[in-house]
Design a binder for this molecule. Sequence first.
Ligand code: ZN
Ligand code: ZN
Length: 456
Amino acid sequence: MTKHLFAAFLLASAAPSLAQPAPTQVAQLRDDALKDNYAWDIVEGLTTEVGPRMAGTEAEARAREWAVKKLKAMGFANVRIEPFDMPVWTRGAEGAEVLTPFPQRMVITALGNSASTPPEGITGEIVGFNSMAEFEAAPADEVRGRIVFVSHAMPRTQDGSGYGFFGGPRRQGPTVASKKGAIAIVVRSIGTDYHRNPHAGVQTFADGVKPIPAGALSIPDAEQLQRILKRGQPVTMHLTLVSQVTQGKSGNVIAEVPGRDPKAPFILVGGHLDSWDQGTGAIDDGSGVAITTAAAKRIMDAGRPLRTIRIVWFGAEEVGLFGGIDYQKKHGTELHYAIAESDFGADRIWKVDSKLGKDREAEAKALQIALAPLGIVPGSLEKADGSDIEPLLNAGLPGVGLSQDGTHYFDIHHTPDDTLDKIDPEALRQNVAAWTAMLGVLSGGIEPEPKRAKRR
Ligand code: ZN
Ligand code: ZN
């Protein structure tokens, strides 16, 4: 134990209640975390020893086994897998080729839940739209029997806000296209880079809508197709998007740092274990499970928090929040003190939002103060977010949102470029420091454990 930490402990112990930890204890934990290696160790190990972890596949099952072994080795308690069944979509051969008027290959990948083309592919005339609104307004006659192409360029923003609105062609485009009688749809990738990499991502056909093949072109290819269409001649494309759906299993991996008061509401932190299949899921979301687990480990190293910290590595997030929904079903009524998820890459955290409720405003302010030295600006006191925890947040559970800088996130997101080398170890440490400070503030105070005799 450092001198600082011990002094902080004495201060905390002197207080009548341990509900609020001493700011000095939190500051020490935060600053020590800037030297963290746990997070890098986790994300390096997971991406190297497992690699891509597509939801419901054998690879994701291996990732769960890896996680259990790792979490046990790190000393966490109650390490377990909670399995659930799900439909498993996997991709096969894929390709796109403009046949006329200017024959050339294009780079494409199927969107999640796309219908399969026959192995030999399909051929159709392209009808193009520059935005989702333009496409939605188009009469079905213009679309029927054709392959739809929708652009809708996404802007680069720090908070990633372009992903919602400009993600329309991927999320709603396939359903709209099918309803209008299209034989397939290709969209401009939802991304901000100019690499010749298509961005994968899930889409879900609305109930009663016939699934059609749906793919994303890399951004350079989408712009090339736009230029070809602008020449005004009929454009035909050959499209191969083979995929299959089977029944399979996924699961959430759960581990805990037991609190001194097992009856006190607990804190939930985590990220998702599954990834898309082209990269190794380093920034989405190996870094998220690594950051949150490293922070919990640092609290555990310092002693015993008043409140239990539960870590969840959610399964099958990418293809429809299966893990988050399963967790809510099994644990939604338990007493959660606060919930938070890291799922926006590994760049520096720049803002803290929280939604802890009116009666916990002092705690929310203490959190803002504890994070400020890391360059984190105070955000809203009425907002928190996170994909897997969204069902819980919607049900009104208190939450915290630590926003990472998303300026470059969508250059890499869901592409073959999502690999370990894209993580800046210093930015990763800043994340761990922020999450550690957050857990410190919410923990109810950490009591150092009496020194155990060294075993030889
Ligand atoms: Zn994610
Ligand atoms: Zn993702």
